[in-house]
Design a protein around this ligand. Structure first.
Ligand code: DAK
Length: 257
């Protein structure tokens, strides 16, 4: 039987997805994208999901982009269909109701950077390399990069990266706000374990509500977004988590969510 292109490990609702094409630096071919979509559809129905971590197999690369060899001979119609499928998949990842973390362990280029941009967090190893080098190949980002990158780092830096195709290191990625944390590679796994425990021990409904308020609010004017926050805040008082969290504080114990 052929090896799976996406490994899935579920640890009490903290689900880790590993893109498994290390010989091709985990480049996204149509097989990987189709499998990723199937996995994400399954996760949409996972009622105890708490967080999703996505990474690449091996120590060299998160994802080195869309598969160039596979893309090379596409017609415009095929390219459009390929990009449309990928856009849908990336959108599914972005729309998951729980925090998503890109664990960037090396090259994070082209479609790989676009995948990381669809996650709520990016945590990078200190040897990670980022970039949108599509113009060096005669194309532009096709998995949402021209839209999500300026929203994350601002239009000036997005135009810099998308028109020069230059690569940046993890420290520059941190400085421009493309990633949340940079860790020495040897400490990356321990950090992710700690982060997983923290995300897993917080109130799952309030974590989801915080994500929803931020994501949905970003697309609205401030007054509508504040009304959304107000509604979600009130909703927190309708569940089990708020009484438990506040009672635990008053009783000087850890909450049990
Ligand atoms: N695609 C296919 N294979 C790749 C690959 C990629 N993106 N990146 C690396 N590989 C393969 C290499 O071909 C090599 O395979 P073998 O020769 O061993 O069979 C293997 O991975 C190891 O790579 P290297 O030998 O090159 O390793 P190095 O350490 O020397 O260099 C590198 C690492 C990451 C600097 C280099 O591999 C590289 O520059 N890779 C390409 C990076 C890149 O340009 N990425 C962006 C891809 S374009 C669109 C839809 C989508 C997109 C655009 C438009 N529409 C439909 C409109 C998205 C485009 C992209 O993502």
């Amino acid at each position: 039987m052929s090896e799976k292109l996406i490994d899935v490990v579920d640890n009490a609702g903290i689900v880790r997805l590993t893109i498994n094409r290390p010989k091709a630096l985990n480049a996204l071919n149509s097989g990987v994208l189709a499998e990723l979509e199937r996995v994400l559809v399954d996760l949409e129905g996972h009622s105890d999901l708490r967080a999703v971590i996505i990474t690449g197999a091996g120590e060299k690369s998160f994802v080195a982009g869309a598969d160039i060899a596979e893309m090379r001979d596409k017609t415009p119609m095929q390219a459009r269909e390929f990009a449309r499928q990928a856009l849908d998949t990336v959108k599914r990842l972005e729309a998951l109701p729980v925090p998503t973390v890109a664990l960037v362990n090396g090259f994070c280029l082209g479609g790989g950077c676009e995948l990381a941009l669809a996650c709520d967090w990016a945590v990078a190893s200190d040897n990670a390399i980022f970039g949108q080098p599509e113009v060096l190949l005669g194309v532009i980002p096709g998995f949402g990069g021209t839209q999500r990158l300026p929203r994350r780092v601002g239009p000036a830096m997005a135009i810099d990266l998308c028109t020069t195709g230059r690569k940046i290191d993890a420290q520059e990625a941190l400085r421009i706000g493309l990633v949340n944390r940079v860790m020495p590679q040897a400490e990356l796994e321990d950090y992710v374990e700690e982060l997983s425990q923290q995300l897993g021990s917080n109130g799952p409904q309030s974590v989801r509500a915080a994500k929803q308020a931020i994501h949905d609010g970003m697309d609205q004017d401030l007054d509508s977004a504040l009304a959304l926050e107000n509604a979600l805040f009130a909703l927190c008082f309708a569940g089990d988590e708020q009484p438990e969290g506040m009672s635990a504080f008053v009783e000087k114990r850890k909450p049990n969510f």
